[in-house]
Design a protein around this ligand. Structure first.
Ligand code: FES
Length: 76
């Protein structure tokens, strides 16, 4: 939730993640929380799942990333 990532649409992306977790009944299994700047503003928006930082998140690649990382589904 750093200002650079926020200005690139993180507010919208957070909603996509929340909806995804709800749709896939993962709300009790996944802890979603915001952080301050992660120091990779030039690659933002940035998301971290477990220890892996994921860069250049967009509303078009986010669902594939979540499916791949949370459900182990292959990306299209
Ligand atoms: S604001 Fe997102 S990495 Fe800096």
């Amino acid at each position: 939730m750093g200002s650079s990532c926020f200005s690139r649409g993180n507010k919208k992306l957070v909603k996509v993640i929340q909806d995804y977790l709800k749709e896939h009944k993962l709300e009790d299994e996944v802890i979603l929380k915001g952080t301050h700047c992660m120091g990779h503003c030039d690659k933002g928006p940035v998301m971290q799942i477990d220890e892996e930082k994921i860069f250049h998140i967009t509303d078009t690649n986010l669902i594939d990333i979540l499916s791949n990382k949370l459900l182990n589904e292959d990306v299209k």
